[in-house]
Write a protein that binds this ligand. Structure first.
Ligand code: ADP
Length: 427
C-alpha cells in the first residue's frame, strides 16, 4: 500500500455536524477519514489519514470548551498528526465570549505557535468573506437567518470585530488583495501581519481557489482555524509532500438496508424550508412542542408509538423545528437553554426508540441536535462516506449496522430529507 501509518491531519471540531462537514471535504479530496465522538480513551483508529474529533463545545462554558479542545489536541498529537485544524461553523457561530477565540488561542499556546488564520469561508455553500465581512449567499451574516439562531445569534458580519473581544491577542485581516495575488503574496502578507503583532488573521476568501491559496500559504503553520472549506486544498498538499497517497475510494461506504427516519431539531431558515417541503409532499410527520415536554406530557412515548408502525410504510419525520416568531415565544416562556435541552433530550430518546424499532438510516438536522442524538445512541466513531450535498455526507457508525446523515442546520436544499434517503436507496 505504501501509505503512511500515521495520521497526517488532526481536526478538533466544535460540533458534530461540523465534524462530518470537514470530514466530508477531506474524503472527497482523497483522504481516508474517521470521525470520533469526543476524545477516545484508546489509541487512534487504524487506516485513517485524517482523524476528526467531534466535540460539543460550541456553546458550552468557555473553560469547558478549552479543556476539551486541549484534550482532543493532545490525543491527536499522540496519533502522530503533523498539522492541526480547529473547525468551527461557516457562519462563525459563537457568543460574545467565545468559544472560537479562547479555543484557538489555547490550541496555539499548546502547539507553541504565535500565528494562525481564521477562515470560515465555504463558497460552495454561499459563505464567502470579503474585507473581513462574512456573507451568507447575497446577505451579510447579520442580515441572514443567523441573526435569529436559538443559541448563537450572529448580529455582526465583521469577523475581526466579532473575534477580537473573544481573544487576548491581536486580531487582524488578511485581505483579499493578497489572497487574490497568490501564494507568495499571501505568505508575504502573513509575515507582515505577524511582524505587526497580529496573532489571528481573519482571511478573506470568495472561491475555492482562494482557499487553495490560503492552504498552501499556511502549509507551515501548525494550526489552522476555519470552517470546512479550507480543508479542500489540504489532501493534495500532503500528497505533494509525500505524506500520503490520495485514495479515490476514500468516500465509499457499505450499503445498510432497513427503515428510515428524519429527526429535526434545527430552527434555521434552511431546515424550516426542508420541514415545510416534507409536509407539503404529504409525507408522514409529527411535531414536538417543547411546552408539552415542559409540562411533562408523554410526548416521546406517543410519538414513538406512532413511529413504530409508520416506519414500516416508509420514512417518517419527527420535528421540533419552529419558525423564528414561534421559537421566540417558546424561549420567552421556558428560557432558551431549557427549551433547547428539553428538545435535545426528547430527540435523543426518540432516536434510541427508533433504532430499537428497526430504523437503520437516520437523518438528523441540527448541530447540537446531532450531538445529542449521537450521544444518545452511544455511537463512538463514524466512517465518512459520500456527500449528499456540500457539507453533509452519509456516515456509518463504526461496528454497527446504522447509517447517519448529520446535517448542520443551515445546509441543504428544501428537498434535502428526501434527497438524503433517495441517495441511500431509501423509500
Ligand atoms: P442548527 O444546526 O440549526 O444550529 P442546532 O441543533 O445546533 O441547530 O440548534 C438548535 C437548538 O434549538 C437546539 O438546542 C434545539 O434543541 C433547539 N430547539 C429546536 N426546536 C426548538 C423549539 N421548538 N423551541 C425551542 N428550542 C428549540
Amino acid at each position: 500500500m505504501n501509505r503512511s501509518d500515521w495520521t497526517v491531519l488532526g481536526v478538533v471540531a466544535d460540533d458534530f455536524t461540523g465534524a462530518t462537514d470537514v470530514a466530508s471535504m477531506l474524503v472527497r479530496s482523497g483522504m481516508r477519514t474517521m470521525q470520533v465522538i469526543g476524545v477516545p480513551e484508546g489509541p487512534p483508529p487504524a487506516g485513517a489519514d485524517a482523524v476528526v474529533v467531534a466535540l460539543k463545545s460550541r456553546t458550552t462554558p468557555v473553560d469547558d470548551a478549552v479543556r476539551e479542545s486541549l484534550a482532543a489536541l493532545r490525543w491527536l498529537r499522540g496519533a502522530g498528526a503533523r498539522q492541526f485544524y480547529f473547525k468551527y461553523c461557516s457562519t462563525f457561530d459563537s457568543t460574545p465570549r467565545g468559544n472560537i477565540g479562547p479555543v484557538a488561542e489555547a490550541m496555539m499556546s499548546a502547539l507553541g505557535t504565535d500565528f494562525t488564520i481564521a477562515c470560515p469561508a465555504f463558497p460552495e455553500n454561499g459563505r464567502t468573506i470579503f474585507r473581513g465581512h462574512l456573507f451568507v449567499g447575497d446577505q451579510l451574516l447579520s442580515d441572514s437567518g443567523m441573526r435569529n439562531h436559538p443559541l448563537t445569534p450572529m448580529t455582526d458580519a465583521d469577523l475581526v470585530r466579532v473575534l477580537q473581544p473573544q481573544c487576548e491577542g491581536r486580531v487582524g485581516l488578511l485581505r483579499y488583495d493578497a489572497v487574490r495575488a497568490g501564494v507568495p503574496a499571501t505568505r508575504a502578507r502573513i509575515a507582515a501581519l505577524r511582524a505587526e503583532g497580529v496573532r489571528i488573521a481573519v482571511a478573506d476568501a470568495i472561491d475555492n481557489d482562494d482557499l487553495r491559496v490560503l492552504a498552501e500559504a499556511c502549509a507551515d503553520l501548525p494550526l489552522l482555524t476555519a470552517g470546512s472549506g479550507l480543508a479542500l486544498g489540504l489532501p493534495a498538499l500532503y500528497a505533494a509532500q509525500g505524506w500520503l497517497r490520495l485514495d479515490e475510494h476514500a468516500a465509499s461506504l457499505e450499503t445498510v438496508g432497513g427503515a428510515a427516519a428524519v429527526l429535526s431539531g434545527s430552527c434555521s431558515t434552511a431546515t424550516n424550508a426542508q420541514v415545510a417541503a416534507w409536509e407539503a409532499a404529504g409525507r408522514p410527520m409529527r411535531r414536538i412542542d417543547p411546552r408539552a415536554l415542559a409540562r411533562g406530557e408523554p410526548v416521546v412515548d406517543e410519538v414513538l408509538q406512532w413511529a413504530r408502525a409508520a416506519v414500516a410504510q416508509g420514512a417518517v419525520l419527527i420535528s421540533a423545528t419552529a419558525a423564528p416568531e414561534v421559537l421566540r415565544a417558546v424561549q420567552a416562556e421556558l428560557g432558551a437553554a431549557r427549551a433547547g435541552e428539553l428538545v435535545e433530550q426528547a430527540l435523543a430518546r426518540l432516536a434510541r426508540g427508533l433504532v430499537d424499532a428497526g430504523v437503520r438510516r437516520l437523518v438528523v438536522a441540527g448541530g447540537e441536535t446531532s450531538g445529542a442524538v449521537v450521544q444518545g445512541l452511544g455511537v463512538r466513531a463514524l466512517r465518512i462516506g459520500p456527500a449528499i450535498c456540500p457539507g453533509v455526507p452519509w456516515t456509518r457508525a463504526e461496528g454497527r449496522m446504522l447509517k447517519l446523515a448529520l446535517k448542520s442546520g443551515n445546509f441543504g436544499a428544501p428537498t434535502f430529507f428526501a434527497d438524503a434517503l433517495a441517495h441511500e436507496g431509501g423509500r
